[in-house]
Design a protein around this ligand. Structure first.
Ligand code: CDP
Length: 212
């Protein structure tokens, strides 16, 4: 573990690019708290589903989001297709994003590694380091397919691919805080890289920057 103080590292990228795994490993390496911002959107989505709220009814979603306790993060049931789909619908609402923005900023008081879609652009435009993690749609589909196959052995790869692609399009096209590479972010194409190689690259980049 290397301690660089209370720094903020922003990790953004499209669905299933590996940014969560990378962010978690970096947080361990640098001894920083870790927050997967996607989980916050997934919590909102799962609450919306649980209460039978139509996610396209913006007013109903906004009224409900104010009642949610985000400290109760239960990873278990949040990683499924339906939750992902609903998360990307409710993520379009400014009022939802505002509630989560406040949570994300207050979480980072002792530094943080945070991954998501708008961390380097909107949540922490002054982050110490920003990385934009990508991989081809085919490779990202393979990664998510292998991950979800453990839960559902009858999973269809084409459905996974379509889900990822549709969600990316919705995330890129939305008006508020769309998925985008910050101008000062370092882009890392991980299509042909192993996770450890990505960590190695980022750690070396940060150490080199610290020395200069
Ligand atoms: O793990 P994966 O990349 O598939 O998704 P996630 O990071 O858990 O995010 C789920 C959905 O939440 C995304 O498709 C976005 O619509 C939304 N999201 C967002 O809008 N902004 C963030 N900072 C994080 C997630």
């Amino acid at each position: 573990m290397t301690n660089l103080g209370n720094i903020i590292i922003a990790i953004d990228g499209p669905a299933a690019s590996g940014k969560g795994t990378i962010a978690k490993k970096l947080s361990e390496y640098f001894g920083l708290p870790y927050l997967d911002s996607g989980l916050l959107y997934r919590i909102v989505a799962s609450e919306v589903i649980k209460h039978n709220i139509d996610p396209t009814k913006k007013r109903l979603v906004i009224d409900h989001v104010k009642k949610i306790n985000f400290d109760r993060i239960d990873n278990g049931s949040l990683r499924n297709d339906n939750v992902s789909h609903v998360a990307s619908i409710i993520a379009q609402y400014k009022e939802v994003r505002d509630v989560l923005l406040r949570y994300q900023r207050s979480f980072a008081l002792n530094g943080v590694v945070m991954d998501g879609r708008d961390i380097g652009t909107v949540i922490f435009p002054n982050a110490d380091y920003k990385f934009y993690i990508t991989a081809t749609l085919e490779e990202r589909t393979n990664r998510r397919f292998m991950e979800l196959l453990e839960q559902n052995s009858e999973l269809n790869r084409n459905i996974v691919k379509n889900d990822i692609n549709n969600r990316d399009q919705r995330d890129i096209m939305r008006k508020i805080a769309p998925l985008a590479k910050a101008d000062d972010a370092i882009e890392v194409d991980t299509t042909f890289m192993k996770i450890d190689d990505v960590i190695d690259f980022i750690v070396k980049y940060i150490h080199k920057d610290k020395k200069s």
